[in-house]
Design a protein around this ligand. Structure first.
Ligand SMILES: Nc1ncnc2c1ncn2[C@@H]1O[C@H](COP(=O)(O)OP(=O)(O)OP(=O)(O)O)[C@@H](O)[C@H]1O
Ligand SMILES: [Mg+2]
Length: 547
């Protein structure tokens, strides 16, 4: 017994000596696949995506129409120089090093507002990947207005401490009055097709018609997507958590952190859609000695449970519609018509719903049926167009699903995404498509699914797939079924037209015989019989037109 006990003590103390704090940067340097940097191909796309998403967010925050330049240079040996430049508001000097040299540093994590970025990880992670694969720091040029000179900073991350390591810092001359340019060298692989930078930019243009994007490919080819509207989408309003779906732990944390002195003020100030009257109703419902004047910070945990139940049960209106900005039915139709020639196009934008206190909107666009010359319409200045390579899927091919979250196209992890699952769960046979349960439906169909939210529930830090919250799945299903029903109406109409067309062709075959028979009975000359045949054909034809 004594031996065993000693042995154990030694082991525990040895273990204790090995315990260490792990810096978030060390963690992600080891787990870079979590951030979307697992293969050179994906890493190049992710780096571009993080920088472009930031540029678009920054421009929109500042009320500017975004224009973004992406330049990719081939450095040989599988290394690339990625440069992304924007006409945004720029970054003040004191923030540059932290934004690019520290993981989990950003302006969006704590704000409940719809934006592309939300974690404070994206661009610093890209910089860290660049640094791990080439040993070179990130170079940033940024200018905030014409009165200040542009600042130039080169910075890398001290991964052991998650702190910026500044290599150089100074002013430089720059033609741009305001904006930001980010440059990094990294191990990558450039390619065309399904997961390409070009496709990501193209899909970004579809979901953001107010944006102009330029791409200079490694071989020097220039591609541009000009904005089709000059109006910016309305700015999403920052909001407070919606009462429905706030979890108990979150409520307890909020009670501790609040500046409100009284419970009534807390409910009114910290939750969305709750006024003084509704706050009083909630407090009365919670009971257990809680009053409008209770101090939020002193509410015991067991009482918080009752308060939580009363909040969840309260009759509260849906979240305000202006905190989430969808693309909108007109925008979806325009994007689809522009990019995917089809015989039938429709779109549905659902009303805002809530998961875990976070408002969100689901919308779905649908394009069905091929039209002649689709490939021509889709080509990009003679350059292979990633969308056209696929074309509209054939009758026996899986439908094409284009996924978006807060206007950002999602290119990876399609099979792990709630959007894909929702598409597979719809009874597409009912709507006239070939479909086996548990797989994608088949046919000439392109679906564009968008989730806009103040906090998008991504399955991982790489932000490529949506988690299956029941509320989100329900909304997806409702929107998909709605476009499905409309598709069924169209398919039925097409089938009816096709059936009538077939019948008419059949009748037309007999018309000369009928005219001949009538002519023979009445003993008409051949010319009169021919004329009758012509009149009958016209009659059948005009019947079709009246349809
Ligand atoms: N081009 C830019 N112009 C102005 N500000 C920028 C630019 N790029 C980044 N920022 C600022 O730097 C912050 C950190 O960017 P980062 O990409 O690391 O995180 P994020 O965008 O907040 O979230 P996510 O990790 O989801 O991308 C942003 O929140 C933004 O405030
Ligand atoms: Mg970002």
């Amino acid at each position: 017994v004594g031996f065993k006990a000693t042995n154990q003590r030694v082991r525990a103390s040895a273990l204790a000596a090995r315990q260490r704090t792990i810096a978030v940067s060390e963690f992600f340097a080891k787990n870079r696949h979590l951030l979307g940097f697992d293969s050179p191909k994906r890493a190049l796309l992710t780096a571009v995506k993080e920088a472009v998403d930031n540029s678009l967010d920054a421009c929109e925050d500042a009320g500017l129409l975004p224009e973004v330049w992406v330049e990719l240079g081939d450095l040989g040996n599988g290394l690339y120089r990625v440069a992304v430049e924007d006409n945004g508001p720029g970054i003040v000097d004191s923030q540059i090093a932290h934004i690019f040299g520290k993981l989990l540093y950003g302006s969006r994590f704590h704000a409940l507002a719809q934006s592309r970025g939300q974690q404070g990880l994206g661009i610093s992670a890209a910089g860290m990947y660049a640094q791990m694969t080439t040993g070179r720091p990130v170079r940033i040029v940024s200018r905030i207005d014409g009165r200040h000179p542009a600042r130039e900073v080169t910075v890398s991350i001290d991964t052991l401490r998650n702190r910026p390591e500044i290599h150089s810092r100074g002013t430089t001359s720059w033609h741009r009055k305001h904006g930001t340019r980010v440059e990094m060298d990294l191990e990558g692989q450039y390619h065309h097709g399904l997961h390409s930078v070009a496709l990501y930019l193209k899909l970004t243009a579809i979901a953001n018609p107010h944006v102009t994007l330029h791409l200079c490919e490694p071989d020097g080819t220039l591609l541009s997507w000009e904005r089709t509207v000059r109006k910016r989408p309305p700015q999403a309003r920052r909001i407070k958590p919606h009462p429905h779906g706030v979890e108990l732990g979150q409520l307890i944390a909020m009670l501790k952190a609040t500046d409100a002195r009284h419970l009534r003020a807390f409910l009114r100030d910290e939750l969305s859609q709750v006024g003084a009257r509704r706050a009083d109703e909630i407090i009365a419902e919670a009971g257990h000695g809680l009053t409008a004047r209770s101090s939020p910070r002193r509410i015991a945990k067991h009482k918080a449970t009752f308060l939580h139940a009363a909040i969840a049960a309260a009759k509260v209106p849906a979240p305000p519609a202006d905190c989430v900005v969808p693309i909108g039915e007109a925008g979806l139709l325009e994007g689809l018509r522009h990019e995917v020639p089809a015989r039938f196009v429709t779109a549905v934008t659902r009303r805002p719903a809530v998961y875990r206190g976070n408002p969100f909107v689901v919308e779905v666009g649908l394009a069905y049926g091929t039209v002649g010359g689709a490939e021509v319409a889709l080509s990009l200045d003679g350059h292979p167009n990633p969308l056209a390579e696929q074309g509209m899927p054939g009758a026996s091919e899986p439908v094409r699903l284009l996924r978006f979250a807060n206007r950002v196209p999602l290119l990876y992890q399609q099979s792990h995404c709630a959007m894909t699952q929702a598409v597979m769960d719809v009874h597409w046979r009912r709507y006239g498509l070939d479909h086996a349960r548990g797989s994608m439906p088949r046919g000439p169909l392109t679906l564009m699914v968008h989730l806009a939210s103040v906090w998008v529930p991504f399955t991982s830090e790489s932000k490529e797939a949506i988690a299956s919250y029941p509320e989100v799945v329900r909304e997806l299903s409702l929107a998909l079924n709605e476009v499905g029903r409309r598709l069924a109406g169209h398919v039925r109409k097409e089938q009816r037209v096709a059936r009538e067309e077939a019948r008419r062709t059949e009748i037309e075959r007999y018309l000369p015989f009928a005219a001949d028979a009538i002519g023979a009975i009445l003993d008409w000359p051949t010319a009169a019989t021919d004329e009758l045949a012509g009149q009958l054909r016209e009659l059948v034809g005009s019947g079709a037109e009246r349809e």
